[in-house]
Design a protein around this ligand. Structure first.
Ligand code: 3PY
Ligand code: MG
Length: 255
């Protein structure tokens, strides 16, 4: 019997590194998970995947021993609900810029009384060994809703977004954050605006009892997250892993 793990591990105080897959091949998703990432995000915003590829990748992650989570396309909350029905243990929703955005998101991904998620957990009740009553009681806690903070508007509204019931955590997107903060002058994930966003997100999450999480484009950013108590830190992507491996192999073989 499979068991959900992410919500429990975070509750127990663990900090977890997350791999990131964008390619539409479950063997790649499996390889990333089997390389040791405890959690693997399937990126359906900028990844090269639709629903069927997301589904295949999700089973690839599970086959590799990882916990699957899914970043949805911008504003596609119906896709989020479908990913949860398949077994994603968290959703990352991009560009949540206001409390109203956060409420619309929660409406789709949490059962009443918190939201209005529609009933359809055939697979999940079966593979997680739950009856319908247990599922209804526990699903809202076991499948997490993470809201991306990656624009100036989102930073201004960060406290109200964190306060929305059903939002389990905030997730920083440093690339978009730096582009928004500089009004298109620079894409620079290590920019001061990103460090300030980390402080604001950490503070809002502490105040409202939510998880602070984010994407790290570099080990330096991962350290900055760790210093501030962030709990889920995403790094790398399958495409970049392949490019880095190919370049390193060429070098090693004397090119
Ligand atoms: C960003 O940095 O903007 C992200 O969305 C992370 O992938
Ligand atoms: Mg982004």
């Amino acid at each position: 019997m499979a068991t959900p793990t992410l919500a429990r591990r975070l509750k127990a105080g663990e900090t977890l590194l997350t791999g990131w897959v964008q390619l539409a091949d479950p063997l790649v998703a499996e390889a990333v998970a089997a390389s040791g990432f405890p959690v693997v995000n399937i990126d359906c915003q900028h990844g090269y995947t639709g629903y069927e590829a997301m589904k295949a990748n999700l089973f690839g992650v599970i086959a590799g021993g990882g916990t699957p989570i899914v970043r949805i396309p911008h504003g596609d909350f119906a896709f989020a609900a479908r990913a949860l029905d398949l077994g994603a243990e968290a959703i990352i929703a991009p560009m949540i810029n206001s409390a109203a955005d956060a409420r619309r998101y929660v409406e789709a991904v949490k059962y009443p009384p918190v939201g209005e998620r529609s009933w359809g957990p055939s697979r999940m009740t079966h593979v997680w060994g739950m009856d319908k009553d247990q599922w209804l009681k526990e699903a809202n806690e076991l499948q997490l809703a993470l809201a991306m903070i990656e624009t100036r508007a989102a930073v201004e509204a960060v406290d109200e977004i964190a306060a929305v019931e059903g939002i389990d955590g905030l997730f920083i997107g440093p690339a978009d954050m730096s582009v928004s903060a500089s009004q298109g002058a620079a894409m620079d994930p290590e920019n001061d605006s990103v460090l300030k966003t980390m402080d604001a997100v950490a503070e809002a999450c502490n105040r409202h009892g939510k998880y602070a999480t984010g994407y790290a484009q570099s080990p330096k950013l991962a350290d900055e997250y760790r210093k501030r108590g962030f709990r889920l830190i995403s790094c790398g992507s399958d495409y970049r892993f392949i490019c880095a491996g190919a370049a390193a192999t060429l070098k090693q073989f004397g090119n």
